[in-house]
Design a protein around this ligand. Structure first.
Ligand SMILES: [Zn+2]
Length: 444
């Protein structure tokens, strides 16, 4: 008996040791925005980061598997705070919503999730999808049954009236009582946040009821900001996070809105006001039209059946003719002004991409958003990375668990050859992805 327990003890010690890893030699970007650490050493035991140091301060203990990150940038796994797993680049929403719902849960959403993970995205927030598939896909990932980022799901949009044929993922509200009931139903099903759209079409009582009921259930509220009144009313009702740069081709945000935002961001007791500008798709549209070769990059084919790939490819044969983007050229010149106005009004910006919308593939969205922030919008690389790591974890209330490379946190870590602080676009080809201490994409 005794011998068996000793054997078991040795075996389990061996197994635990087998999981211990050391990432050694790379330049560490911690996610807080601090200066990078050269010649870094990160010790990982099981799914957690246990120690962080340098090759001269931290010795790798015996039994740790050493993974060399020499010549690489090492940073927390990225977050994408605005994805749509149920779509993947197809140009025609009406057709997609009629054709593919039977495949959402088992095929489309898992493949989107897998593609995000291979792009270095270890956590993502999905905003607007049918309830049951959302919860089931998230849980399947969390239980290790399918690969993907840790997902945070809103389930269906809450809005005044669903567009015809979208009732599965858009829930209408009729009166404040109904609004509360819809939010309660989502909370009970286990969603991670509430997504509002067209909130300016609701009565203020309905909107206030949605936000209040969400907050009572510890759920934050994320809202669209396409129209000025969506922002004004959203701010008044206490929305926590706005999406998109919005306001179509208007050259700038009106002064009263900027004043309201600045007043809100000054209220420390409410925490930061978050904003996800989702700027890349709009900014890069004309580039994609004149350089459609990037649509042929097969990274977005992963786990999709050939028939679906062909269907998507055919829908984007003429990128310059897609109805979805016809206003985009007139919006593009306004983006930098609006982006800058928001930053100067004190919002905390989050990296999010609207990944899945026409011509925007999960395998390519997140790095492109970072690239536009840094290269065009003038955001410092460390700050842009913080908006893709630390800040999203704060928004989701999990910053004690993930989001930075700090002892005690889950080992969600990516590594990329070269200096991402000099060339942020190196993130388009992430060399290693580790999620919860497991290497899910290996160094080549
Ligand atoms: Zn969206």
């Amino acid at each position: 008996m005794k011998r068996i327990s000793i054997l078991l003890f040795l075996l389990s010690a061996f197994l635990i040791q087998g999981q211990n890893k050391a990432l050694v030699g790379g330049t560490l970007i911690d996610g807080f925005g601090n200066d990078p650490i050269r010649n870094s050493v990160i010790l990982i035991e099981g799914d957690k980061i246990t120690k962080v140091g340098t090759t001269s301060t931290l010795e790798v203990p015996q039994g740790f598997e050493v993974i060399s990150t020499e010549g690489m940038s090492v940073l927390p796994g990225l977050w994408d705070m605005h994805v749509h797993l149920m779509i993947n680049g197809h140009s025609d929403y009406g057709y997609w919503d009629k054709t593919y719902p039977p495949l959402f849960e088992k095929v489309i959403m898992p493949s989107s999730a897998h593609q995000l993970l291979m792009a270095g995205v270890t956590s993502a927030r999905d905003l607007g999808a049918p309830l049951e598939p959302s919860i089931n896909v998230r849980d399947a990932i969390n239980q290790g049954r399918i690969p993907g980022p840790t997902m945070y799901m809103s389930g269906p949009f809450i809005q005044k009236k669903p567009y015809p044929g979208t009732e599965d993922f858009r829930w209408g509200v009729n009166g404040a009582k109904d609004a509360r009931e819809k939010v309660k139903k989502l909370a009970k099903a286990g969603v991670d946040c509430i997504k509002l759209i067209d909130q300016d079409e609701m009565t203020f009582e309905e909107l206030a009821a949605v936000v209040d009921e969400a907050h009572k259930n510890n759920l934050k509220v994320v809202a669209h900001s396409h129209r000025p009144e969506e922002i004004r009313l959203g701010l008044k009702a206490g929305v926590d996070n706005f999406e998109h740069t919005g306001l179509s081709s208007a050259p700038r945000y009106p002064d009263d809105i900027i004043k309201m935002i600045a007043e809100r961001t000054g209220q420390m007791n409410l925490g930061p006001l978050f904003w996800t500008p989702t700027i890349e798709g709009l900014y890069n549209y004309d580039y994609v039209v004149s350089n459609p070769e990037m649509l042929d990059n097969d990274s977005w084919h992963l786990d999709l059946p050939d028939s679906v790939i062909t269907d998507i490819e055919q829908s984007i044969q003429h990128p310059g003719q897609l109805p979805y983007f016809q206003l985009t050229p007139s919006r593009k010149p306004t983006l930098k002004t609006k982006f800058t106005q928001l930053r100067e009004a004190g919002v905390v910006m989050l990296i999010g991409t609207d990944s899945g919308i026409p011509m925007k593939f999960h395998s390519q969205s997140t790095w492109n958003e970072l690239d536009i922030w840094v290269r065009v919008m003038g955001v410092k690389p460390l700050e842009a990375i913080k908006s893709a790591t630390y800040w999203p974890s704060v928004f989701m209330g999990v910053d004690h668990e993930v989001g930075t490379i700090t002892p005690g946190k889950k080992a969600d870590i990516i590594a990329v050859k070269g200096d991402v602080l000099r060339y942020i676009s190196l993130l388009q080809d992430v060399d290693m992805v580790m999620k919860h201490g497991k290497v899910v994409k290996n160094l080549k």
